[in-house]
Design a protein around this ligand. Structure first.
Ligand SMILES: NC(=O)c1ccc[n+]([C@@H]2O[C@H](COP(=O)([O-])OP(=O)(O)OC[C@H]3O[C@@H](n4cnc5c(N)ncnc54)[C@H](O)[C@@H]3O)[C@@H](O)[C@H]2O)c1
Ligand SMILES: [Zn+2]
Length: 349
């Protein structure tokens, strides 16, 4: 179990389990017996886990309802939030009630945003079911939706009351969705912890085979890194920006490829590119750069991508949210797993 603090006060726990039932004790601590609970999930996750989670809450909560929307990033929109508000109003949810985000980052981001805004804020918990959401999106309180074609354009910082991970849910992910999460995990090791980077390489086979004991250690180590960064900088004014390593080019590639590549795959490509720039600038050695490439490759992540229009990638980089005052900032590795540096690479006219 990990406790996340803000202003030195404990705010919520991150709990690792192998089934949903073990969440019971932690849920009772949140007084769910006095609450109406709405389980928010998408159609795919619902087909695997909704019944089990409904059963869990039906024995401990005052009332349980479910809101299921069609799976997919294209539904991470205000229109889905509106339907959720309507569902909550129809079921007379008030400020003391609870939302449960059961699913990946799309479910988590949207449920968190609905929780932040419904009646000016009701509690919510995260039950992340993808590797990416377990090590990344469920922690740190960034919530939101896409607006038209703009990703995560509307949102709020809003903290969950609990993050409960049933690690067994990883078993129903496609291989590609599972591996995608490794993009963010390798990034964590590169930016913060060289010994974790070596550990990942040493445990590659167990990780790829989804050995849950090894995966639990990995997920816990990544959550610790994310915890540390978000505690130091809850609203992304400084250090938290370092989590964007590999994301400046990653996002641009994601866009240029019309979202045919998954986010974690683009992060891998972005990390490889940022490592190359780091090497070119004499910050890391050739050996380290080559080792980074080999590691992403070993975890079956892409290290090369065919780009038909490099200008459109440049345009996308220029429009990335991380550009400030007309200047593109790249986060570069200074030393493997130790220090990173923000460098101005291009000044826009
Ligand atoms: N809030 C943050 O800090 C933060 C950080 C990173 C990413 N994000 C957001 O997270 C989203 C991506 O998250 P994601 O990759 O989890 O996407 P996702 O929620 O769309 O899940 C990917 C797919 O896997 C399915 N799925 C989920 N769990 C499953 C399981 N256990 N078994 C089988 N299928 C399952 C889903 O139905 C979906 O089709 C993006 O919208 C991104 O913007 C947010
Ligand atoms: Zn990311």
């Amino acid at each position: 179990m990990i406790t996340v603090h803000y202003d030195k006060k404990p705010i919520y726990s991150i709990v690792f389990g192998r089934n949903f039932l073990d969440a019971t004790t932690h849920l009772k601590e949140l007084d769910v017996d006095k609450k109406r609970v709405c389980i928010v999930t998408d159609s795919t996750v619902a087909s695997y886990y909704l019944k089990e989670v409904e059963e869990l809450f039906s024995t401990i909560a005052r009332k349980v309802t479910s809101f299921v929307f069609p799976a997919g990033e294209e539904n991470k929109q205000l229109s889905t939030i509106e339907n959720l508000y309507e569902h909550l109003i129809n079921h007379q949810f008030d400020r003391k009630d609870l939302l449960v985000a059961l699913g990946g980052g799309v479910v988590g981001d949207m449920t968190g945003y609905a929780a932040a805004t419904y009646l000016r804020g009701i509690s919510f918990i995260q039950m992340p079911t993808t590797l990416l959401s377990q090590v990344d999106s469920s922690i740190g309180g960034k919530t939101g939706v896409d607006f038209k074609s703009y990703k995560n354009m509307v949102g709020a910082f809003y903290q969950p009351s609990l993050v409960y991970m049933n690690l067994s849910t990883l078993k129903t992910l496609t291989k590609r969705q599972y591996i995608e999460g490794m993009g963010e995990i390798i990034k964590h090791s590169l930016i913060k912890d060289a010994s974790y980077y070596s550990w990942l390489k040493d445990h590659k086979d167990e990780i790829l085979e989804l050995n849950l004991d090894v995966c639990e250690e990995m997920i816990e180590r990544s959550c610790q890194i994310k915890r540390q960064v978000v505690e130091n900088d809850p609203t992304e004014k400084g250090e938290r920006g370092l989590l964007n390593f590999g994301h400046t080019l990653g996002h641009a590639i994601e866009k240029e490829k019309g979202f045919s590549l998954l986010h974690g795959e683009c992060v891998a490509l972005g990390c490889v590119s940022a490592s190359w720039i780091s090497y070119e600038k004499g910050l890391i050695s050739k050996e380290d750069y080559e080792d980074i490439i080999k590691t992403f490759e070993a975890f079956k992540l892409p290290i090369k991508v065919e780009i038909t229009d490099s200008n459109s990638v440049l345009e996308a980089v220029k429009h990335d949210k991380k550009m400030e005052a007309g200047i593109i900032k790249f986060i570069l590795l200074k030393k493997l797993g130790k220090l990173i540096l923000t460098e101005v690479l291009m000044i826009m006219s």
